[in-house]
Design a protein around this ligand. Structure first.
Ligand SMILES: O=c1nc[nH]c2c1ncn2[C@H]1C[C@H](O)[C@@H](COP(=O)(O)OP(=O)(O)OP(=O)(O)O)O1
Ligand SMILES: [Mg+2]
Length: 202
């Protein structure tokens, strides 16, 4: 099945996470769409009731598209740690608590790994992007990047769990990387490349 083409014009970035909005806006830069964030539009933050990244991305994209009458791009993402049974996974934002404190969330990943003597300190970021339309159509795309989990966390760039994830093939964490370097390899960039191939006019 082919995806619906996104034409130049306004596009809602259906996220309330400033780090994501910044990255998605940068990735959209060359494509002639005009990103406007859910926060700027005063849209509510929907409850993420699905149990997959793609399901939650779809729920957020369709809520924003239906509220605005515009196409909407949502991102649901997180850190998956196989040694922790896949946690925090879709609960990655929730592990940071109501204050959205990722020092706390990273500390919890550390403590739970430390409690398992044989645990492999590896994980991967997943990003599901959903492009939803006011009529209910929605296309989803997924990307992943694997890496080493390091302690202590390093770097002040990026957001979320970036300071404790050192992508394979690199000697610095995502928290230490220039934004363009992250965009060259990240889970979000990989999902975005698929969206570009499927939905942007050539
Ligand atoms: O590139 C990333 N670098 C570091 N950490 C990341 C990244 N990508 C996702 N993450 C972590 C933190 C984020 O808070 C959570 C996503 O949770 P998620 O529900 O998809 O996003 P959110 O609640 O922060 O914003 P919103 O739902 O409004 O888009 O996973
Ligand atoms: Mg969320």
């Amino acid at each position: 099945m082919s995806a619906r083409t996104l034409m130049p014009g306004p596009l809602v970035v259906a996220s309330h996470n400033a780090g994501k909005v910044r990255e998605i806006t940068a990735l959209l830069g060359p494509y002639g769409v005009e990103p406007v964030s859910a926060g700027d539009l005063g849209l509510p933050e929907p409850e993420e009731t699905e149990n997959t990244f793609a399901g939650n991305a779809r729920l957020k994209a369709l809520a924003a598209a239906q509220a605005t009458g515009l196409p909407a791009l949502a991102d649901d993402s997180g850190l998956v740690v196989p040694a922790l049974g896949g946690a925090p996974g879709i609960y990655s934002a929730r592990w940071a608590g109501p204050e959205k404190d990722f020092t706390v969330a990273m500390q919890r990943v550390h403590d739970e790994l430390q409690a398992k003597p044989d645990a492999v300190w590896r994980g991967y970021f997943v990003c599901a992007l959903a492009l939803g339309w006011p009529d209910g159509l929605c296309d989803t795309f997924e990307g992943r990047v694997d890496g080493l989990l390091v302690w202590p966390p390093r770097g002040t760039r990026g957001f979320g769990y970036d300071p404790m994830v050192q992508p394979d093939g690199h000697v610095i964490t995502f928290g230490e990387m220039e934004p363009q370097a992250k965009h060259a390899i990240s889970h979000r960039a990989r999902a975005f490349a698929q969206l570009v191939a499927a939905c942007l006019p050539r």
